[in-house]
Design a protein around this ligand. Structure first.
Ligand code: SF4
Length: 347
């Protein structure tokens, strides 16, 4: 999940859950932007997959079932499959109540994602239900899909409007190499969970097909993955690669032209979500170092990402980012010709 990080702009569907939602404009008018001082909400992040996404972080940095070589958050600190209340559900609900009560921004999705794997949080179902009661903004869950074989996880996800699991392997060997999973997880269990979930879930699955140069970007890999995709039958396949600075420098991105070639081997509604930058017009809202530090801690961003996501002027974003680097709260990384700012754990 980056990756839970493309070439056509990805817009939220107007029809979800079989019912027509408010128009995009209506939905945006009804949403919010978290101010500084929230511990579990961040952004909105300019998401290549979800438009403007209000992030809701359910686990401490970085708690995950996997330790993917392409992860933009760095190495996994706590690798586990244990579901529990990693952060108090009450705190998350309180922050959501405050944030959703004072609308002054524009958000396309409330997205459960952030510092690790959100399905590890045992309050997941309650949190999704709470958001659904409070707002008409669609709820999305970015997940690596590793716990979908667990019936309780599938039940918790049932009320989300869209679930975005990841498929990045075509064999047990590649699964171990790319995801470096908790030892109790296997590729067979991963697939079983994905297929089982796809049969039970009544809303939209947008499957992230994540490819890496030299590992899974060959026809034979993609053909094998396509057999899996045919069983899952997702509403969309979002083809992605390691565009942002990865955990390991041997996780190479697949060039766009190659992604385009490989996309032709995939059945269904395929969109390339790599290398697509959403355009948001800065609204001139004041930025704070803390908000920006919280954002880049969860996702490496360019100056433009920060400016667009937080609706601040690029010059102001640039100045604050330079200050964060100077104080050791951020570091600079180059990737695919772009400059990214990545939060340090000191932020
Ligand atoms: S290590 Fe976890 S958070 Fe990072 S990309 Fe993999 S699944 Fe996502």
């Amino acid at each position: 999940m980056t990756s839970h990080g493309k070439s056509e702009a990805v817009k939220p569907d107007k029809k979800m859950n079989g019912t027509t939602r408010k128009s995009n404009g209506d939905r945006k008018a009804a949403c919010t932007t978290p101010a500084a001082g929230f511990n579990h909400l961040f952004g909105p992040v300019p998401s290549r997959r979800l438009g403007r996404s209000l992030g809701i972080d359910l686990v401490p940095f970085k708690t995950c079932t996997f330790d993917c070589i392409y992860c933009q958050l760095g190495r996994t600190i706590k690798k586990t499959t244990e579901r529990r209340e990693y952060v108090p559900t009450r705190e998350i609900l309180d922050e959501l109540t405050r944030c959703l009560a004072s609308p002054h921004g524009a958000v396309d999705f409330c997205t459960l994602s952030g510092s690790g794997e959100p399905t590890l949080h045992s309050g997941l179902g309650r949190i999704i239900s709470f958001i659904k009661q409070k707002t008409s903004i669609p709820v999305a869950v970015l997940t690596n899909g590793s716990l979908l074989s667990d019936r309780e996880v599938r039940q918790d996800l049932a009320r989300a409007d869209v679930v975005l699991p990841t498929l990045a392997a075509d064999s047990e060997t590649v699964f171990r190499c790319v995801h470096r999973p908790n030892p109790s997880l296997t590729f067979a269990r991963h697939l079983e969970g994905l297929v089982r979930f796809s049969r039970e879930y009544r809303h939209h699955i947008w499957l992230e097909l994540f490819l890496l140069k030299g590992i899974t970007a060959m026809e034979k890999n993609v053909s094998r993955m396509n057999l899996i995709i045919k069983k899952i039958r997702p509403r969309k396949v979002q083809l992605n690669t390691a565009s942002r600075p990865p955990c390991e420098n041997f996780a190479f991105p697949v060039p766009f032209g190659r992604l385009s070639q490989l996309s032709k081997r995939i059945t269904g509604n395929v969109e390339i979500v790599a290398e697509n930058e959403q355009q948001f017009r800065p609204g001139g809202r004041p930025a704070s170092g803390r908000r920006i530090a919280e954002l880049i801690l969860r996702r490496p961003c360019t100056v433009e990402d920060v400016a667009q996501g937080l609706s601040v002027h690029a010059a102001e974003a640039s100045k604050i980012l330079a200050g964060l680097v100077g104080s050791g709260r951020a570091e600079v990384c180059r990737r695919s010709g772009k400059t990214y700012f990545k939060g340090t754990t000191a932020a």
